[in-house]
Design a protein around this ligand. Structure first.
Ligand SMILES: *Cc1c(COP(=O)(O)O)cnc(C)c1O
Length: 358
């Protein structure tokens, strides 16, 4: 492909930081690079405490443990999302309750959440799709715990009680695999430290606050090693510039495609995804093939969770899924990565316009 969907970008300092980590002799988690990444997130995300994890999925799993989700509990979330949003809670025995999305944002529709709430509802998990914020004010009105899947939303939303971000290779800022749980609700901060450290009080022991290092609650191994943290720090230090570039590409696509195809209705504050909506699933198949003939790679997602095999087995659906089903058949993501040139953006838009005109 001449224009791939995404390309790994380096800021230039990654290898120097990784060498520094190797020379320091500490490769396990919670060393100086982890602390520097967490301090950056606390200042810039912003949040009271950031806990670096080995993936966005791990951060969601931590949140599921922290809210004590278990059998009999229901967790309201959109169906239009990545499986990890639901899987984290299914692992604890809780039931995902899938709700449709708002066509303007492709985030959970707060009006439909009301019908999904029962006495068993433990939390609502909005997904900030493409970096566009779900309607948090309307969701807060339900008075339930909100756990944000902010995997795509670094520097795009202000985190509430708990938010999971991802540093997977496909996200704007990446460590290959990586993530963080951003916490503002004081009730979860102390326990988050324990849950992340295999259920032990190791962090308090290292600070000299307790005499013994022991097993105190449920937890797992959620911390990344220092090599990943070193790589990530180099990316975080450039995160504002990376985001600005993604937003510029997003805006360029949006201008070039005006009147050509159906475009996103809400602007993305971090430019994580630029998508278009084609007339049908068949039209999308044809556009993908024709773009490929121009050397351009375009992809789609998601298979809605409510109709996926595991979603049918572990979850339930609340209300109509009309928007989710429609969008999942027609949405196409265009190539977008920070070092993409203006000429490449223009080539993609021109190829798409050529196909749309026929
Ligand atoms: C990327 C992503 C995840 C998973 O993050 P990983 O770091 O790959 O585990 C979860 N939810 C959404 C919405 C995502 O886009």
């Amino acid at each position: 492909m001449t224009i791939p969907f995404r390309r790994v970008h380096l800021t230039g300092r990654e290898l120097a930081y990784v060498s520094e980590a190797v020379e320091s002799g500490q490769l396990s988690g919670d060393g100086p690079f982890t602390r520097r990444c967490e301090a950056w997130l606390e200042a810039n995300a912003p949040c009271t405490r950031a806990f670096l994890t080995h993936s966005g999925t791990a951060a969601l799993e931590m949140a599921a443990i922290l809210c004590d989700a278990g059998p009999g509990d229901e967790i309201i979330m959109p169906s239009f999302t990545f499986p990890s949003t639901a899987n984290a809670f299914v692992l604890r025995g809780a039931t995902p309750v899938f709700v449709d999305v708002d066509p303007a944002t492709l985030c959970i529709d707060p009006a439909r959440v009301a019908n999904a709430v029962t006495a068993k509802t433990k939390a609502i998990v909005p997904v900030h799709y493409a970096g566009v914020s779900a309607d948090m004010d309307a969701l807060r009105a339900h008075g339930l715990l909100l756990i944000e899947d902010a995997a795509q939303a670094l520097l795009a939303v202000r985190p509430g009680a708990m938010a999971a971000v991802s540093f997977h290779e496909t996200k704007n800022v990446s460590a290959g695999e990586g993530g963080a749980l951003l916490v503002n609700d004081e009730r979860f901060i102390e326990r988050a430290e324990v849950v992340r450290e295999k259920g032990t009080n190791r962090a308090a022991f290292m600070r000299g606050e307790v005499e013994r290092y022991e097993w105190v609650e449920r937890g797992s191994s959620f911390a990344p090693g220092e090599l990943s943290a070193a790589f990530l720090l180099a990316q975080l230090e450039e995160a504002h510039a990376i985001t600005a570039r993604c937003v510029a590409i997003w805006n360029r696509y949006h201008t070039l495609l005006d009147g050509v195809v159906e475009r996103p209705r809400a602007a993305s504050p971090n430019g994580h995804i630029y998508y278009v909506l084609l007339s049908s699933e068949d039209a999308r198949r044809r556009v993908i093939d024709e773009l490929a003939q121009h050397g351009i790679q375009a992809v789609f997602h998601y298979v809605p969770l409510h109709s996926a095999p595991a979603g049918l087995r572990y979850g339930r659906t609340s209300g109509s899924m009309e928007v989710t089903e429609d969008v999942s058949r027609r949405l196409l993501r265009l190539p977008l990565w920070p070092e993409m040139s203006d000429a490449q953006v223009e080539a993609v838009a021109a190829a798409l316009a050529g196909i749309a005109r026929r």
